[in-house]
Design a protein. Structure first.
Length: 453
């Protein structure tokens, strides 16, 4: 009797598909959702903060591109560090990254529920959260292509809302101050601008970029990943960053300075100013759609990271390393991510968000280090890489990421260190007190099954 190969992820995604997933994960409308807070930090120069954050993130995006081409498999930072540095370090990076991947979908659903509850206070907040979880979980269990088609529609609507917001902002500026005001440099620098303020704003704005790296978790479902993934990573960061800077600029033109009735909901205030009650309602719909699109992408990425770790038996393989025989998705992991999202019923946005940033910046730092480790290791074996691409750029990226990590609030750092300590305990158990390497799966491309029709 011949054993049938285990079900595996099927390659169906193109460059366009992967970039759209990355943009959905980043949620382009987040620039409006956090506009008031960043404006308050920077003294009314939000586009400068986003421009600085974009430049900083591109260094790390470059490193992700290098590693995704060298290791075209699912697992993202966990896999890259495991193969380029050390399996034990890779485990701890993957463990830290779980904070980002596990809890980001929960935060997205929590924010979406908060928006809807604010508009319809008669409906309990938990109803909206459960509805978000149920819909996105069903789509992701059904398959990546189903989620992709829905995601395309949601992204179109999100971009439409952003486009209308920008046009109304420009109309408002022209109506108030004339066409000449559209070329003002005030949104980039004014009398209240300080280097400290811009740096603090850039650290906050950098959070909007979290997710450009998530596309690497789709590597095993992407066509020609060695060529497609590096391009997708850079395009996601560049397109997302360009949207952030452009929207921040036009919005800052429409509302100069940093004074708002409530910085946390500044975008609603501006939406009503530039478009009245009708547009503010339309804007709310766009924010909810943005959360739905981002939730689909975030949950898909979380499930695939758990699949990579389960496949390596770092997490229990019988639970996490399984692919649904019909849908060809890590269905158990998708369901688990949805269940974790129910924690949002007992948390607020600030508390849940604090879990995310520690893992993200830890992963970013070590991916940059992995590129440098690859340079050193392959140089010894006779393969030479460019010093600029494999040493200088990733070194700058690592330094920037460490700076951002150090500027997280104390609560986030404390929670992150506690989670990391738990990871060390798990690693000690897996490796018999660090005497052996964590288990690793040997799976080849030949073991794949075609996607079901």
């Amino acid at each position: 009797m011949v054993n049938s190969p285990a079900p595996a992820l099927a390659r169906t995604l193109t460059l366009r598909s992967v970039v759209l997933f990355g943009l959905a994960y980043m949620t382009p409308m987040i620039v409006l959702g956090t506009f008031g807070v960043v404006a308050d930090e920077t003294g009314g120069t939000v586009p400068t903060a986003y421009l600085l954050a974009l430049v900083a993130m591109l260094f790390t995006a470059h490193s992700y591109g290098r590693m995704s081409a060298a290791h075209p498999v699912a697992g993202s930072a966990y896999t890259y560090v495991r193969r380029a540095v050390d399996s034990r370090v890779g485990f701890l990076v993957g463990w830290a990254t779980l904070l980002d991947y596990f809890f980001l979908p929960m935060v997205i659903w929590l924010i979406g529920g908060a928006y809807l509850h604010a508009q319809y206070p008669g409906v309990p907040n938990w109803v909206w959260i459960v509805a978000f979880i149920a819909v996105t979980t069903a789509l992701n269990v059904r398959g990546i292509k189903t989620a992709e088609r829905v995601n395309d529609l949601l992204m179109v609507f999100q971009i439409l809302v952003i486009g209308i917001f920008v046009l109304l902002s420009l109309r408002h500026v022209v109506s108030a101050d004339g066409a000449g005001a559209l070329a003002s440099a005030t949104p980039f620098a004014n009398s209240a601008t300080t280097a400290t303020g811009i740096s603090a704003g850039a650290a906050l704005a950098a959070y909007s970029f979290l997710g450009f790296d998530a596309v690497t978790t789709l590597t095993e479902e992407t066509l020609e990943p060695e060529r497609t993934m590096p391009r997708a990573i850079m395009l996601t960061a560049l397109i997302g960053g360009a949207i952030f800077v452009a929207v921040a600029y036009t919005t800052q033109l429409a509302h100069p300075g940093s004074h708002f009735d409530d910085a946390g909901s500044a975008a609603f205030e501006i939406a009503k100013t530039i478009g009245g009650d009708l547009f503010s309602s339309f804007f709310l719909a766009g924010l909810v759609v943005a959360q739905a699109a981002s939730g689909i992408a975030a949950q898909a990425s979380a499930a695939r990271l758990m699949y990579a770790m389960g496949r390596d038996s770092v997490l229990p393989r019988r639970i996490f390393g399984r692919i649904h025989p019909k849908f060809r998705t890590p269905a158990v992991n998708v369901l688990l991510t949805g269940a974790i999202g129910l924690i949002a019923l007992r948390l607020d946005v600030a508390t849940s968000t604090s879990f995310i940033n520690f893992g993200a910046f830890t992963a970013f730092t070590f991916v940059n280090i992995s590129v440098i480790a690859t340079f050193v290791r392959e140089r010894r074996s006779g393969t030479r890489h460019g010093v600029l691409s494999y040493v200088v750029v990733p070194a700058i990226g690592a330094a920037v990421d460490l700076w951002l990590l150090a500027h997280l609030d104390g609560k986030a750092i404390t929670l992150g260190l506690i989670w990391l300590a738990l990871g060390i305990v798990q690693l000690a158990w897996l490796t018999r007190l660090f005497r052996k390497a964590p288990p690793e799966l040997s799976m080849t491309e030949d073991e794949r099954l075609p996607e079901p029709v």
